[in-house]
Write a protein that binds this ligand. Structure first.
Ligand code: AMP
Ligand code: MG
Length: 492
């Protein structure tokens, strides 16, 4: 019988300094909570086997399938601006890699499967709530079309984990294009290990930026590739109201995927200063600061790569700066281009940026719901009678009316026919996002009552976020107005 999962583990073939061999702590009584069938198929795996008790044991760390080589990766990182030379996978264990049906190499990793040499004071565990939260939010991001790690499975372990109180333990199986972070480069750079740094860069080029290999300066091309990917990623976050919450350099993937769903959340009312994370006291990772933080993180990557960019130090710094200088162009192109689509503007015209910023400022001043404003604007683009639904989102509805006059004047100068415009707007302005109050309600029902009905329902609605789904209408609504400010906590 062939191995149930055809592993091919390239990262484990790198030198020992890159990782530690580890064994997952087997869960005593694993129970499969959720298996992502679509992702199982995309990975070319066998859904029946993975849903069987033997398969579920794989996701619980209790069955190491043939070909798996469990390792915990070493990395460093800047956490809230402070450099920590040794972090590493403290509660994540890479089982191995598979080549998916599109030919892409993907990591399969257990998150919450026990202690590793990098656990420091942590227990290596995960609680059910944060596991389901990552499952919901990362799958929502994928369905929104935003590059992200995916959730393959969630299991409960049958063991309690202790946080402020005892909680059911769980493991998330995460799938990623890779788990190489900015912090992985920093790990070797901080040690002055240029040979390892070069090996890592070569590995990242082969795996993520193969075209860079043929560039005049492959490492500069690698840096530029990551800069472009991250600029575009952060633009996509802003366009859906996503706040990552903990953009430390160890949580920024070289692949350009969103990674590490801890205190992240989507904003309801538009406010550029929105912060949800309980530990982000200064708003370092606030919604509107995400582009500048991404740039800061990329500058740390450039710094780490300096020894590879040129033998002459000044020359290397000049190369790094030239690459970093491209960030704002990439970001602005992605962000303004995306905004234009959200507003139904099919081509760039003078005054667009001011027009769009004007509505955003009015939304902020009027606590207008970010997602619903744009979703309803899509309808108003075709039928001015739908203005009623948009203006109702503003504390002072006239603030919308004034702006809408200018918007309509601009729409008249746009070549796209109104019906096609509405369709195009619906395709970029989601009706469904993982609303905080709904996510919390789903987690509460699951954790306190072992009932996954709301979790499943929310997951189903979020699977096609751009489609009207009348049966899920309640899941598109903003939170009740009297709700306390939402707070998130790091997924420990
Ligand atoms: P994060 O803030 O989730 O990105 O985690 C930062 C660091 O803490 C990483 O090295 C994690 O592996 C580690 N870590 C987080 N939670 C735990 C835990 N429960 N046990 C061990 N290590 C952890
Ligand atoms: Mg992390």
């Amino acid at each position: 019988m062939p191995a149930p999962i055809p592993f091919d583990n390239s990262y484990a073939r790198l030198p020992e300094a890159f990782f530690a061999h580890v064994s997952p702590a087997p869960a005593p009584t694993p129970r499969l909570i959720k298996l992502n069938h679509a992702l199982v198929m995309a990975l070319g795996l066998d859904p029946e086997y993975l849903a069987s008790p033997e398969g579920a044991e794989i996701f619980a760390g209790a069955n190491i399938p043939d070909g798996a080589e469990p390792i915990a990766a070493a990395y460093a990182g800047h956490q809230f601006g402070m450099f920590v030379p040794q972090l590493g996978d403290g509660r994540a264990i890479l089982l191995g890699e598979v080549i998916d049906t599109s030919g892409t190499r993907r990591d399969i990793q257990l998150k919450g499967a026990g202690r590793t040499p990098f656990s420091r004071r942590g227990d290596g565990r995960a609680a059910l709530g944060p596991v389901l939260r990552e499952y919901l939010v990362s799958e929502a991001m994928a369905a929104l079309g935003i590059p992200t790690t995916r959730a393959l499975a969630a299991v409960t372990t049958g063991e309690p984990v202790f946080r402020e109180r005892s909680l059911p333990g769980a493991i998330l199986t995460r799938v990623a294009a890779s788990h190489i972070r900015v912090g992985t480069f920093q790990f070797f750079a901080a040690q002055g290990d240029t040979a390892a740094l070069r090996q890592l860069a070569d590995y990242a080029i082969t795996r993520h930026y193969p075209a860079a290999a043929a560039a005049p300066s492959p490492y500069r091309a690698l840096l530029e590739g990551v800069i472009a990917a991250q600029a575009s990623l952060v633009a996509r976050w802003l366009l859906v109201g996503f706040i990552h919450g903990v953009m430390n350099t160890d949580n920024m993937a070289i692949s350009g995927e969103t990674i590490d769903y801890g205190p992240c959340a989507f904003m309801d009312a538009y406010d550029p200063a929105t912060v949800f994370s309980s530990i982000d006291h200064d708003g370092r990772y606030a919604y509107a600061r995400q582009p500048s933080i991404a740039y800061w993180n990329l500058a740390r990557l450039a710094e780490a790569l300096l020894p590879l960019l040129a033998t002459d130090k000044d020359q290397a710094v000049a190369e790094a700066n030239a690459a970093l200088d491209r960030f704002s162009d990439h970001f602005n192109a992605a962000y303004l281009g995306g905004l234009r689509q959200k507003f139904g503007l099919s081509e760039a015209q003078e005054g667009d940026t001011a027009l769009m910023q004007d509505l955003l400022a009015r939304m902020a001043a009027n606590a207008a719901d970010f997602t619903l404003t744009f979703r309803r604007l899509s309808n108003a683009a075709l039928d001015p009678a739908a203005d009623t639904d948009v203006r109702a989102l503003f504390t002072t509805p006239a603030a919308y009316d004034e702006w809408a006059v200018n918007w309509r004047t601009r729409l008249e100068r746009d070549p796209i026919p109104p019906a096609a415009r509405r369709t195009a707007m619906h395709a970029v302005n989601p009706a469904f996002i993982p609303r905080n109050h709904l996510v919390e309600a789903a987690l509460e029902q699951a954790v306190e009552h072992n009932d996954f009905t709301r979790f499943e329902e929310l997951l189903a609605a979020l699977a096609t976020p751009y489609t009207e789904q009348p049966r899920f209408a309640a899941l598109a609504a903003p939170p009740p107005p009297d709700q306390d400010p939402y707070r998130t906590f790091c997924g420990t």
